[in-house]
Design a binder for this molecule. Structure first.
Ligand SMILES: Cc1cc2nc3c(=O)[nH]c(=O)nc-3n(C[C@H](O)[C@H](O)[C@H](O)COP(=O)(O)OP(=O)(O)OC[C@H]3O[C@@H](n4cnc5c(N)ncnc54)[C@H](O)[C@@H]3O)c2cc1C
Length: 455
């Protein structure tokens, strides 16, 4: 590995910041992660990561990247109570109103609580000799050189003390959706990046339940992405051997109530029975938690013409979208792998190279998750021909995938960021989609004819 500099600083020690720090640790003498929170004693949710109370699963690509960075990490999570799962075969996926047929695959994901996933990454990261973290450290702003063209460090308050400066050769903002980078750049005389904001008004209401052998017919999870005419979303995921986590929610105020009976009724309205099976019959093990998710948000840093040197924006601070397909941590992992690749080429023009590569990685999960939101008639947002085509085609693919595990597995491979979306347009896949649609139409016509004959 080449040496890029003496000191890199990362703002935020959630999944994005921790993985960015791991990538940087191969190129800087010292990496310091600055976190506003105190790290909790055990693997429990903390204030700065409120989504830690809600269902999280790690997709195959994310698990692979983290495993490459920290060999043996998956085994450690499993030893603490998590479980590996075949994303295709062990999970029931409902999208476009149908459950897709799947077959065993090599898409190995990981199911464990969000705090447990993060806790294991944090411990492995901080065991590296050149990485340290400062807790209770709130970053207040950036420090620049005299002409403002390069970032030289950050201004922080530790334990609410007086403001002080930490010098750095590179600063990475991984402070999440509320990232102050836009305001900071503004203050330094740089243009703000274009923001794509698609309001969806979702809230997820979550509770954990006792897991019993035989629940979900042996599957480890069920995931529903809302679709006409039932737009409710949700996930039931394995948390530990004896615990399920259930998150459910709908668009524009159609939220799951935090009341036992009404929550069970909401579960009964989901398009697949797994939610009601657990919520109505299993012992609740926690209170309800609610996470409001107002909008998908993408900041187009790759389109900026001027950007300060020695500065990057990372993870949810750059892009965050409806988590129903469970892709956020995998996008952060993918960005960390790309950052590593970019640094292997040195630090010249780093921001432009990193933002361009990250934008390509973000495109697919954004198109899948936000594309599905844009099918909702109340969601306001641009629907160019590309979005309309993707939604139309992915809808047809789902219909055909009801009976065709090859199609189901191909879609999941793309959603898991293990294959390029062009894979969905391979001639063999297009033929299967067409064949599935024709068979469906043939069956529907036969049913109409049969009904007519009976009448
Ligand atoms: C309800 C819900 C469910 C989800 N489910 C999944 C899932 O199943 N699978 C999946 O892969 N992803 C899921 N995600 C997305 C996932 O949680 C995020 O993508 C992931 O945490 C990466 O975020 P991040 O590290 O970039 O930012 P965040 O997790 O938001 O972390 C930001 C960090 O920065 C710190 N911070 C903020 N400001 C400052 C400051 N000024 N100074 C110092 N520190 C600061 C915060 O305390 C925090 O630790 C879900 C998200 C939600 C909301």
């Amino acid at each position: 590995m080449i040496r890029i500099g003496a000191h890199a600083v990362v703002i935020g020690a959630s999944m994005g910041g921790l993985l960015a720090a791991r990538a940087l640790s191969d190129f800087f003498d010292t990496v310091t992660v600055l976190e506003r929170d105190t790290f909790p004693e055990g693997d429990v949710p903390r204030k700065g990561v409120p989504q830690g109370h809600h269902a999280h699963g790690l997709l195959a690509r994310g698990r692979e990247v983290i495993e490459d960075f920290f060999p043996g990490w998956t085994d450690q999570v499993v030893a603490s109570g998590g479980i590996r799962g075949d994303i295709a075969h062990d999970v029931s996926w409902v999208g476009h109103g149908v459950t897709i047929k799947t077959a065993p695959s090599d898409l190995q994901g990981l199911l464990a609580s969000r705090p447990m996933l993060e806790g294991h990454v944090r411990r492995r990261l901080l065991a590296l000799p050149n990485v340290r973290a400062i807790e209770n450290c709130t970053v207040q702003g950036l420090a620049t050189g005299d002409d403002g063209t390069a970032i030289r460090g950050v201004r922080v308050k530790i334990d609410n003390g007086a403001e002080q400066q930490i010098a750095a050769d590179l600063v990475v903002d991984a402070s999440g959706r509320g990232s102050p980078s836009l305001a900071w750049l503004d203050g330094l005389g740089y243009a703000r990046p274009e923001e794509e904001k698609i309001e969806i008004g979702i809230a997820y209401t979550t509770r954990t339940y006792r897991r019993r052998p035989g629940d979900l017919k042996g599957k480890l999870a069920a995931v529903v992405a809302g679709s006409w005419p039932n737009w409710r979303n949700g996930a039931v995921l394995f948390q530990t051997e004896d615990r399920w986590i259930v998150s459910m929610g709908g668009y524009f105020g159609d939220h799951a109530p935090d009341d036992e009976q009404m929550y069970a009724a909401y579960a009964g309205s989901m398009p697949t029975p797994e939610f009601h099976e657990i919520v109505a019959n299993a012992e609740p093990l926690s209170d309800f938690a609610i996470y409001r998710y107002p909008a998908n948000l993408r900041r187009r840093y790759e389109r900026l013409e001027r950007f300060p040197q020695n500065y990057l924006v990372f993870g949810d601070a750059m892009c965050t979208f409806n988590p129903v397909y469970g892709q956020g941590m995998t996008v952060a992992a993918q960005e960390a792998a790309l950052l590593h690749e970019c640094l292997c080429e040195g630090d010249a023009d780093l921001a432009r190279r990193f933002f361009s590569a990250a934008a390509v990685a973000i495109d697919t999960p954004w198109d899948i998750a936000v594309g599905n939101d844009l099918r909702h008639p109340q969601v306001v947002g641009p629907r160019p021909a590309k979005v309309l085509f993707i939604n139309w085609y992915v809808g047809k693919l789902h219909m055909a995938a009801r009976n065709d595990a090859t199609l189901g597995n191909t879609f999941l491979r793309v959603a898991n960021m293990q294959a390029s979306p062009t894979r969905l347009l391979h001639p063999a896949i297009i033929l299967r989609v067409l064949w599935g649609s024709l068979r469906r139409r043939g069956r529907a016509n036969a049913e109409v004819a049969q009904a007519g004959a009976k009448a």
